[in-house]
Design a protein around this ligand. Structure first.
Ligand SMILES: *Cc1c(COP(=O)(O)O)cnc(C)c1O
Length: 381
């Protein structure tokens, strides 16, 4: 928090604009639309609500098959299921840890009838946007871009959230810009913006009474929350440079260890470095076993595993996280198809097995980060 947030919240309070309309909402929407380079930004109660509106606007219907990123947070996929459609999970590539265009192409060969793709930019790193867009265009598919983790990241100079037919942002408490909660739907189509606004405010028809022709939702953002978002927005680039410094310090501090940082396309993209992640080389992995709810490992000299690193970080009260567990490994999605580039490889499982998210908070001091780096180095002794 920087101070401006409180000013805007106070303004909402003092002018009594405490509901889901007001100047904070208008301004936050204007600033975000301009920053991302889209005609319309619609404030909603959460990124998940924005994804749900995107799924409905895209015309996803019960029984439709939808290609979805496999390595992501479940919120990317859940709204597809809210509409009783069927996610088909697309494996991950190793260059950016995002949807593999080769696997996506193969999925269109297997399921030529599919018309929708839901893609995430994981951990703030843009996916292979040129290739994904080209494949979607060639197959006449609508792309929903979940930019919840990647606000401010660019690919070939263009902001993430601007590549999909519909884009989604989140202002959840852990994101690079937070409102404590909240999200936005991004589109260039005025008719879509108007429809989503109507659905998100209980689908009232233009009438002198409460008239309803469609199912509605209570998905609008509060003007109080929007005050926090509005106060945070001027600090986006500052947050990104803090996160980048954290990423680079890890990279430097871990450079002689058998690990790699989460990769990105250095030529074409600028991540927002939301989370710094680390992947342990195969040869440096000790034996690690994970059941559905528990993990254990067998310590070997010179080797470690994410479970050990996370445990050792917890001892110094630092919080790391496992990589998102791939959707095709989740019990709830056990029966959904999974498409890999060659039909048998599984990059997502491998990243989940060997990777972890490092403490990445932008308030972390270099001294605190040095302690974390020392603990990680120790795991390899
Ligand atoms: C946080 C997040 C969301 C959901 O956003 P909420 O605002 O928490 O609903 C969706 N997708 C991804 C990838 C996320 O990380």
């Amino acid at each position: 928090m920087h101070g401006e947030e409180l000013e805007y919240v106070r303004e909402a309070y003092e002018t009594n604009w405490m509901s889901t309309v007001g100047e904070n909402i208008n301004e936050a929407e204007r600033v975000v639309a301009e920053k991302i380079g889209r005609k319309f930004a619609l404030s909603l109660s959460a990124g998940t609500a924005a994804l749900h509106m995107a799924v409905k606007l895209a015309g996803i219907k019960p029984g439709d098959k939808v290609f979805c990123s496999d390595l992501t947070f479940a919120a990317t996929v859940n709204p597809v299921v809210y509409e009783q459609a069927e996610p088909i999970f697309i494996d991950t590539e190793r260059d950016t840890w995002n949807m593999d265009p080769v696997a996506l192409e193969r999925a269109f060969e297997l399921y030529p009838e599919v018309k929708h793709v839901v893609l995430v930019n994981l951990y703030g790193v843009p996916g292979k946007m040129d290739q994904i867009r080209e494949i979607c265009n060639r197959h006449g598919a609508c792309l929903i871009e979940d930019a919840a983790e990647s606000m401010g990241a660019t690919y070939k100079g263009r902001q993430t959230g601007a590549f999909g037919n519909l884009g989604v942002l989140s202002f959840n408490g852990n994101k690079i810009i937070t409102g404590s909660s909240g999200g936005m739907l991004l589109t260039d189509d005025q008719e879509q913006a108007v429809r989503a606004r109507k659905w998100s405010t209980q689908s009232r028809e233009k009438a002198a009474w409460y008239q309803h022709e469609e199912i509605g939702y209570n998905y609008r953002m509060s003007n109080v929350i929007a005050g926090v978002v509005r106060g945070q927005l001027p600090h986006l680039e500052e947050h990104i440079s803090q996160k980048k410094a954290i990423y680079l310090r890890y990279k430097e501090g871990l450079k002689d260890l058998p690990v790699a940082m989460n990769p990105y396309d250095e030529e074409n993209s600028q991540p927002n470095y939301w989370l710094s992640c680390m992947l342990i080389d195969d040869a440096a992995m000790c034996k690690q076993v994970r059941t559905d709810t528990e993990a254990t490992y067998v310590k070997e000299p010179g080797k470690t595993c994410p479970t050990e690193v996370l445990e050792r970080l917890a001892v110094i009260n630092a919080e790391g996280r496992p990589i998102w567990k791939p959707m095709h490994m989740q019990p709830i999605f056990r029966n959904q198809p999974f498409v890999a580039r060659d039909g048998f490889s599984d990059v997502g499982i491998d990243l989940f097995h060997r990777g972890l998210c490092l403490p990445s908070d932008n308030k972390m001091t270099p001294e605190e980060q040095d302690v974390i780096i020392r603990v990680i180095r120790d795991c390899f002794s």
